[in-house]
Design a binder for this molecule. Structure first.
Ligand SMILES: [Zn+2]
Length: 337
């Protein structure tokens, strides 16, 4: 399956300036081509990708600075614009502003890209017009390279490779279902009684630090952010592609007030943040584990109806060696906030 691999680049000052320049050229091409499409629409006409590509080739003769950028990168910019217009419409596609837009450009032709490791910590990639560029060897490429995207995030430049890793998604995950309760004191608790409270790796590769443990209402949003639930969801969703695990998000309502044993609902059963004691049957359990069991049951109910679309289900997975960088917990249900 296609998957992404991101590395931090170690550009020389000259390379960094050139990357900035290429980003600027791509931005100009995007904005000019978008304005052209809008102008055509205002006149009741239409201009498509092929015509714009031909005109770009002509424009390079009049504006030599256009030719400073790798040509496949500029063509890709026009292709990206075409896709954006198809998806959102000519009037909703955004301009790329100098302030808001983070420079990013793609090399779609893998035949012109070479990637290799040069030491334990360093690798390098050869890109058209850039030559060899050093990168931090943080992980193996793990597949066949399909394309490379160079982008800046803050002060740092990165390269993201699209890689075909030769693996397929299994039809279904063979393991048993598990419910996951997302919490504030403990980030994630499973119906099996596992507590996961640790930093999550975000899509940017940064680590989100857990909150100090306080659960004051005023700091709730902050605490939720600190737990990196979005990062957890991304990691789990990504990992599920390798295990065929089905991820079902279920509404969080009443999962913490319902007894997982007798199904009685009573807010008074939740004795404290951590303790659940059923006022009907006396069942006692850690409150988060009790909630996770209710979430598991809710997930079963949903999947039994084949009602996945309506619950915004996301495919997803449990921990396996292949997903070690995420180490996402096995999960079946995530309560929707
Ligand atoms: Zn009960």
């Amino acid at each position: 399956m296609l998957t992404g691999r991101r590395y931090r680049l170690d550009l020389t000052p000259v390379q960094a300036a050139f990357a900035e320049q290429v980003g600027g050229i791509c931005r100009s091409v995007w904005n000019t081509a978008l304005e052209q499409r809008r102008e055509y629409r205002r006149r009741g006409a239409f201009i498509g990708h092929a015509t714009q590509c031909a005109q770009l080739a002509e424009a390079k003769r009049d504006f030599p600075w256009l030719a400073d950028a790798p040509s496949q990168v500029l063509q890709q910019t026009l292709k990206d614009l075409e896709q954006a217009v198809k998806a959102h419409g000519t009037w909703k596609v955004r301009w790329r502003s100098v302030r808001r837009w983070k420079p990013s450009f793609r090399f779609p032709d893998a035949k012109q890209i070479v990637m290799e490791r040069i030491s334990r910590r360093w690798g390098r990639v050869k890109l058209p017009k850039f030559g060899w560029v050093r990168l931090r060897w943080s992980r193996p490429l793990g597949g066949t390279l399909r394309s490379a995207t160079v982008s800046r995030d803050g002060r740092h430049w990165f390269v993201s490779f699209l890689v075909e890793d030769g693996q397929a998604t299994p039809e279904a995950h063979p393991g048993p279902a598990v419910g996951v309760d997302r919490g504030v004191v403990v980030a994630a608790t499973t119906s099996d009684g596992d507590f996961h409270d640790r930093p999550f790796i975000t899509s940017k590769g940064t680590v989100e630090q857990p909150a100090s443990g306080g659960a004051q209402k005023s700091g709730l949003n902050r605490a939720i952010l600190d737990k990196g639930w979005y990062g957890l969801e991304l990691a789990v969703t990504s990992a599920s592609r390798y295990t065929g695990t089905k991820i079902i998000k279920v509404p969080a309502a009443y999962t913490s007030q319902t007894c997982s044993a007798c199904k009685a609902v009573d807010a008074a059963s939740r004795e404290s943040q951590a303790r659940f004691a059923c006022t009907s049957c006396g069942h006692r359990e850690h409150a988060d584990v009790n909630a996770a069991k209710n979430i598991k049951a809710a997930g079963h109910a949903v999947s039994g109806r084949g009602d996945l679309g309506a619950t915004r289900s996301v495919k997803r997975q449990p921990p396996r060696p292949r997903a070690r960088q995420h180490a996402a917990p096995a999960a079946r249900g995530i309560p929707v906030l």
